[in-house]
Design a protein around this ligand. Structure first.
Ligand code: BTN
Length: 335
């Protein structure tokens, strides 16, 4: 089932009315009169609203009352009160899909879809970096965002780094948790992977046509189960989940905050103010200063991670020589 944030359905009318009158019981007849829909339609929408995870109490002779919101990342919840200009202002939600990234790529060329976010409760064919699978059960936060950037093609490699910084900011603000940033764009807690990002870019005549940013956050996942599945895969270094931090975190608030932070950082990229991105990323980096190893097409490179360059490339020092790495998976060799 696919839902979006902008179709004016009867369901949204009923839900909005219940939300704005949640201190009282509303009879089916009143809802039908005010909203100008039949009583049968009201009843059907209430059933659907309940099925979407909202708690609607119903009492004989009194009617209906909304007592709790849904925990699902429903599109109208994402857009409600969202303080961005473009990002996330159009949202889609699916309870299951192969990959939100694949779905976003199908929609990415259309200029009307700039800023669209596509969220799924679970993915059956989630994609990770370097062609790996991304395990995406219920409980995680899995989404893709379509962007039609104004920034120069030279900033493309900095974009994933900037996006990981935006997520670190959002987690700091909404969850009061500090995360580490592992080059290029993993978020970790105590060295274990909490979130990953994937960017698919489309270029035309030396310009960026569109970018699709895929974000996977282990929000409320069974860490032991995931570690068991992923243990033998490449680039595995342990799994972290936000719910382990025993915080009452609302997934909606986290996604909204990420969209706000991403839009701000995206503005910095558009105006070429990249210094702040690099210095803030470096402050949170768990890679810089460490002994690292990376597999490249020319073989393994080992060395000390010195810093990231203006374009986000990682500079590694080995026997006095500096190597610049643009992409790849690194292993931290030192603590
Ligand atoms: C990584 O390998 O670290 C990147 C993982 C990116 C996963 C996200 S989940 C939402 C979106 N859809 C996908 O199929 N992949 C990305």
């Amino acid at each position: 089932m696919i839902y979006n944030s902008f179709t004016d359905t009867g369901l949204l009318k009923v839900l909005t009315f219940l939300k704005t009158h949640n201190t009282e019981y509303l009879s089916g007849q009143d809802l039908s009169d005010v909203l100008r829909i039949s009583r049968v339609a009201v009843w059907k929408h209430i059933k659907k609203i309940q099925a979407l995870g909202y708690t609607v109490e119903s009492k004989q002779k009194k009617g209906y009352k909304l007592t709790a919101n849904s925990e699902l990342l429903l599109p109208w919840e994402i857009t409600s009160g969202l303080e961005t200009k473009t990002l996330g202002q159009q949202a889609y939600y699916l309870n299951s899909i192969d990959s939100t990234q694949n779905q976003a790529l199908k929609m990415a060329n259309d200029s009307k879809n700039d800023g669209v976010i596509i969220i799924a409760e679970k993915q059956t064919g989630g994609r990770g970096r370097s062609g790996r699978k991304w395990i995406s059960p219920k409980g995680g936060i899995w989404f893709s965002i379509i962007l039609h950037p104004k920034f120069d093609i030279a900033n493309t490699t900095l974009f994933p780094i900037a996006s990981s910084l935006a997520l670190a900011y959002a987690i700091e603000k909404t969850c009061k948790i500090s995360t580490e940033l592992k080059w290029p764009n993993d978020l970790t807690i105590k060295g274990k992977k909490l979130a990953g990002m994937l960017v698919d870019a489309s270029f035309e005549s030396n310009k960026i046509e569109n970018l699709v940013l895929g974000v996977g956050i282990n929000f409320n996942v069974d860490v032991k189960k995931m570690e068991k599945i992923l243990k033998k895969t490449s680039n595995y270094y342990g799994i972290a989940s936000l719910n382990e931090q025993k915080n009452k975190i609302k997934a909606i608030k986290l996604v909204q905050s990420f969209l706000v932070e991403l839009e701000k950082i995206y503005g910095l990229l558009n105006t070429n103010q990249t210094k702040e991105i690099i210095s803030e990323w470096t402050k949170r980096s768990s890679t810089i200063g460490k002994k690292v190893e990376i597999n490249t097409i020319n073989g393994k490179i080992k060395g000390q991670a010195v810093k990231i360059d203006d374009d986000g490339g990682l500079l590694i020092k080995n026997k006095g020589k500096i190597n610049k790495i643009i992409a790849g998976d690194i292993i931290h060799l030192s603590k």
